[in-house]
Structure formats: C-alpha cells, structure tokens
Write a protein that binds this ligand. Structure first.
Ligand code: GAP
Length: 458
C-alpha cells in the first residue's frame, strides 16, 4: 500500500465526514486534544478492543480480565510514584505564554539526533540556551526555567467543602491490575505464572500537540500484566514482545510499518523495556510498550498498604513477590494506526480516484451494506437487511446512484455490499461486491450469512 497517500489532514477530514471521529465539544469551538468517536468510529474501536481481548484473555491460558474503578485511593498513586514523578519538563514562553515541553523542543530542533531522555533538566536548559531554541508558536527566545509539570488530573471527593480529599483520575489502568493481584489469584485459583488484563480509560494532562488521536488527554488503554517467578521474566518478556507484534499484524498492520525500539534509559527498578513503533504519517512513533518491571510494583503496594503481596507456591511452599512483565497499548493510538494503514487512494481504470479503507474484515465497522438498485426493490432489500442485522453490523442505503453508494461504503471500509436487483425478486439471488477487488459474485440469499461469517472471522 502506498503510505505516501496518507496525511493526517486527509484522515481527519475523512473521519469527520464519514462519522468516524469528530472534534470533542465541536459546537463550542472544540476542546484541545479531545475527540469523540461517531457511529462508524465506535464500531471500529470496539472491534479492535474485542480482538485484543480475544487474543490476550480468551485465547491466553491463565489470563483473567477485570474492570477496575477509575478513581482509586490516593495512596495508590503515592505507591506507584505518580504523585512525585509522573511529570514532564515544561517551559513557558514569556512572550506569547505558550507552554512547551523542553524534551520535545530539543527533539524537534535536533531533528531527532539528540535524545533528551538521556539529559537532566539542567542539560536540557543548557542545550536550549546554547542553540537558541525558539518558541514554535511566536519565534521568540524568552523562556522561563524548566519546571516539572505533573500530568495527573486532580479532583476531590467529600460531602462538604471543608472535608474534601484530593483524588486523581487514573493516568494508567495498570494500577487496578496490581492492587487486585491477590483478589484475582485467590478467586480464580490462579497459579503463577498468570495474567490480569483490562481495557479502560486513562487521563493525562498532556500539553503537547496531539497529532489527531495519537496523544489525547483522555484515552483508553489495553494493559496486560503477566505475574511470574523471578527467572521466568526474560522468557515472558520475549514472548510478549512477539505476541504483541503478531497481534498487530493479525489485525491488518503490515510488518514493514512496525519496528521494535529498546528504551535508551531504564527506570531504576526495570530490567528491560521496549516499544513497538508504527510508521505514522508524522514518522515512527510509539504504539505500545513492553516492560520487565521486576517485583517493583507489588513490593511498593505491600510497603504502602501494609498488606502482604506475596504468592505462596502450592508445590514448593515458597513465598515470594512475583515479577511483572507488562504489555500496554493505547486503544485510540492503535485505532489511529489501523486508520493510517487502511487508507488508500486508488486510481481506477476510468481515471477516477476512489478512497478505500482496507480494514481487515474482522475489525471493519460495518460488515455488509444492503443496497436496492431501484426504489421499487426497497421492500425486498429491507427484508434482507433486517435478517442480516441479527448477525452483523449492517448498513442500509437506498439514496443516490449505486456507484456513489459503493464509494461511500468503500470510504468506511465495508467489506461487502449486497445489491438487490430485479433478478432477486425472481430467484432470491443477490450480487455480493468485494470492497478490495470490486468483483461481484451472485449468491443465494440463504447463503449470505455463512459466506460473510466465514470471511469476517477474527
Ligand atoms: N502502564 C504503563 C503505561 O501506561 P505508557 O507508555 O505511559 O505506559 C502505554 O502508556 C500506552 O498507552 C502507550 O504506548 C500508548 O499507546 C498509550 N498512551 C499513552 N499516553 C497516551 C496519550 N496521551 N494519548 C493516547 N494514547 C496514549
């Protein structure tokens, strides 16, 4: 597929015009870095989440799903280190008051040649001064010193104003998995190694430009923590790297557009960490992370909660705090990668261009569209539609020329279009058009369900 055809502007326009993704709070002028999924987009994202759950819960031995609360006891965030160190180095332009991240300024100025992750705040400050790195908004060189800016959104709870406690919107779903480690282990009679997975919202007060849904202040994460014994962690780390990669290719991302990137700087407790990057229109960027976190997280929760987090091995009677291999991916960032990957502008034999979204049929928002060729075929078409709706997300469209209706379905990536014509009334057959090849086959209505079911399997 020609990746040059995809630009963020084209994707944003297609998503807006075809009901995939709208600007958040649009009628009020929008709200930066928030986006609303429309009727087509929500189907796509739900299918992606379902595919992930199938792979990492349903088909994974000893993996269990949970859905933990977004609001957690504040001590959780003290234990995880988020209250003290979940921050970005920020600078304000004294001229136009725009806030920027020092690390992003350096990355952009050096065109990716200098890695700010390896620099202290003082080193970043010196780099910016030496190279006279200017404000991207107004061009002035008039910065405040770097300050660390915590990314957690705060809110409060309590019945009266005097009795309010500060709490946070969770910045990651992972902590819900850690604090429920023993609950899941006990109730599911799980034996280490086992995994806990969850999909849910996370919130970060990001100050950097979002690049559409790539970086937003509210997003969904799909996270899986694999609890294992020290010594098994290397093997699971390698296994999850491969599993994560295979999952991405299984839902339609080309291996050529993916690459592993080891972290240059590890957290003091971590043994290994890498990202899988995707080639987005703005370049290679993190799509997901895999992290060997040792027994740091459970040890910290044991320390801060005062509750033992040890696992008793039923075979050896050994007690230990398990190691964790974490795999974490943003559902929105993955949906964006899928959108980029699927987009194609195809030149047809007659010279016209059609935009087509080549979603894998298993994750396509609508699986099939029913299109009566003429108005007097509507009744029969509606019968077929009502029947297919019971099994698939199905679209019905009777307005406009058949060519235009096909194009519309191509743009939302519907893999099959069923056309009802006069022959349908005579012998109960329909034409089924394939989105990618545009070839048509004639099928009996009674065979439609099985035919489509077979093609859209995960
Ligand atoms: N528990 C580990 C963790 O949260 P992370 O690298 O900060 O690690 C994991 O986030 C994934 O969540 C990222 O790889 C990305 O896919 C997604 N993600 C993180 N911040 C995001 C944001 N502001 N907007 C959209 N997705 C985000």
């Amino acid at each position: 597929m020609d990746k040059k055809a995809v630009t963020m502007d084209k994707l944003v326009a297609l998503c807006k015009n075809r009901g995939l993704i709208f600007q958040g709070s649009e009628i009020y002028g929008g709200m930066g870095n928030t986006w609303d999924y429309g009727p087509v987009g929500v189907e796509l994202k739900n299918n992606i989440k379902r595919a992930w759950w199938k792979k990492f819960v349903q088909e994974s031995d000893n993996s269990f799903g949970i859905d933990a609360a977004i609001l957690m006891n504040s001590r959780v965030w003290d234990a995880s280190g988020h209250t003290t160190s979940f921050s970005d180095p920020q600078m304000d332009c004294k001229n136009c008051k725009t806030r920027s991240r020092a690390d992003n300024l350096i990355e952009a100025h050096s065109k990716g040649k200098v890695n700010p992750d390896l620099m202290s705040n003082e080193e970043m400050q010196n780099y910016i001064a030496e190279h006279k790195v200017a404000c991207p908004k107004c061009g002035a060189f008039n910065w405040t010193p770097i300050r660390q800016f915590n990314l957690m959104f705060e809110t409060s709870r309590g019945v009266t104003d005097e009795n309010q406690n500060k709490i946070y919107l969770r910045p990651e779903t992972a902590q819900g998995e850690f604090v429920n480690f023993l609950n899941v282990q006990r109730t599911m009679r799980a034996k280490v190694p086992f995994g806990i997975a969850q999909i849910g919202k996370a919130f970060r007060n990001e100050i950097t430009p979002g690049n559409f849904t790539f970086r937003t202040i509210e997003f969904e994460q799909m996270e899986h923590q694999l609890f294992c014994k020290e010594g098994q962690d290397h093997e699971f780390y390698d296994e999850y790297k491969q599993k994560a990669f295979n999952f991405l290719t299984s839902i339609g991302i080309s291996a050529e557009h993916l690459r592993f990137k080891d972290h240059d700087k590890l957290a003091f407790y971590a043994k290994a960490a890498c990202d899988i990057q995707y080639l987005y229109p703005m370049g290679w960027q993190e799509l997901n992370g895999i992290h060997n976190r040792t027994n740091h997280d459970l040890s910290r929760h044991q320390e801060f909660s005062g509750k033992p987090m040890q696992y008793l091995d039923p075979y050896t009677n050994e007690k230990y705090i398990p190691y964790v291999v974490e795999y974490s991916i943003g559902a929105d960032r993955l949906t964006l990668a899928i959108l980029c990957e699927a987009y194609e502008e195809e030149t047809l034999e007659n010279g016209e261009t059609r935009v087509v979204m080549h979603f894998a049929p298993s994750i396509a928002p609508y699986k099939v569209a029913v299109l009566p060729l003429q108005k007097n075929l509507n009744e029969k078409a509606m019968q077929v539609y009502k029947d297919l709706c019971k099994d698939f997300m199905c679209s019905y469209d009777e307005a406009g020329s058949i060519g235009k209706r096909y194009r519309r379905q191509d743009e939302i990536g519907t893999p099959y279009c069923v056309t009802i014509d006069f022959e349908t009334l005579e012998n109960n057959t329909v034409t089924l058009r394939d989105r990618d090849t545009m070839e048509q086959v004639r099928l009996n209505i009674s065979d439609l369900k099985n035919y489509i079911q077979e093609k859209i399997k995960f």
